[in-house]
Design a protein around this ligand. Sequence first.
Ligand SMILES: Cc1cc2nc3c(=O)[nH]c(=O)nc-3n(C[C@H](O)[C@H](O)[C@H](O)COP(=O)(O)OP(=O)(O)OC[C@H]3O[C@@H](n4cnc5c(N)ncnc54)[C@H](O)[C@@H]3O)c2cc1C
Ligand SMILES: NC(=O)c1ccc[n+]([C@@H]2O[C@H](COP(=O)([O-])OP(=O)(O)OC[C@H]3O[C@@H](n4cnc5c(N)ncnc54)[C@H](OP(=O)(O)O)[C@@H]3O)[C@@H](O)[C@H]2O)c1
Length: 246
Amino acid sequence: MNLEALSVLNATVSERVDLAAGLFILRIVPDEGVADFLPGQSLQLGCITADGLLTRPYSIASSPLERRYVEFYVSSVRGGSLSPYLMRVGVGDRIHVSAQASGTFTLASVPPDAGIILIGSGTGLGPFMSMVRTPFCLEGRPRLCVLHGVRHRADLGYHDELVALASRNSHFHYLAAVSRDALDFADPAVQGRRLEDLIAHSACAPDPAADHVFLCGNPQMIDHLAGVLTERGFRAPHNLSFEKYW
Ligand SMILES: Cc1cc2nc3c(=O)[nH]c(=O)nc-3n(C[C@H](O)[C@H](O)[C@H](O)COP(=O)(O)OP(=O)(O)OC[C@H]3O[C@@H](n4cnc5c(N)ncnc54)[C@H](O)[C@@H]3O)c2cc1C
Ligand SMILES: NC(=O)c1ccc[n+]([C@@H]2O[C@H](COP(=O)([O-])OP(=O)(O)OC[C@H]3O[C@@H](n4cnc5c(N)ncnc54)[C@H](OP(=O)(O)O)[C@@H]3O)[C@@H](O)[C@H]2O)c1
């Protein structure tokens, strides 16, 4: 790698947690420190490939109050260009990160007294982790629900942290759907096979008069649930926001 290529690598991987094959959490330390951002925003991550620097956007999963590192929740897409490179990075490796976070998928325009319903498929949970890890996002909300849909039980990233948050906050609810494994009835968080099952659950049923719903991840999931929610009276961007990952 030549010096010019090395100079775009401006962060160091400080931690990596593998959750399932091809699914991992990365923490990086930018050389210039952690820049300010809003929960829900994303940064570009990049690696040097045979064609030079290749970047893609990744939602920040850590809180802006965490100043030691920035965290990302990543899956490796088979046949993808960048994610297989990210799949191979380890602690101490150098990586590219953009200087400024971007995106409007935040709580900024949501009224402070609205309930918040966060619905993510796969790594679409990432931006919601940033929100729920940031106390000012939780305070004053009548309720806050995290609904996570995954293929396999092992893909339920952040499960223990979300269960613990729910046990400490009576207005916080966490429900999970597992579509391709036998349902684990011993786990009270796993409440169905599909995200549609979870929005039927009384604790998290979305109410267009009281709640703002955020959808993140798989674009087919977003189109499908946005259709269901529109039929129930939700309207984007008034009380419905979404972030399609591809
Ligand atoms: C705002 C934003 C935030 C994002 N945040 C995250 C994040 O936090 N974590 C994360 O893992 N990804 C995230 N993504 C997706 C990420 O940017 C890349 O698209 C993804 O990692 C695949 O990149 P790639 O270069 O390997 O594949 P590409 O070469 O870009 O794409 C290969 C093919 O895979 C499809 N594809 C792209 N992403 C996915 C996917 N996740 N699952 C299935 N098919 C896909 C594309 O349509 C394309 O046909 C985000 C995308 C956006 C737009
Ligand atoms: N462990 C991992 O998560 C992992 C590991 C390695 C690679 N990857 C790659 O990452 C990419 C994304 O995979 P993913 O499993 O994270 O996410 P995903 O394919 O978006 O699946 C996540 C959940 O969303 C559901 N879903 C899909 N379309 C939907 C729709 N229209 N309406 C409602 N629910 C819908 C899926 O159900 P269905 O079961 O019905 O699809 C699944 O339960 C894939 O390319 C995958 O190969 C993921």
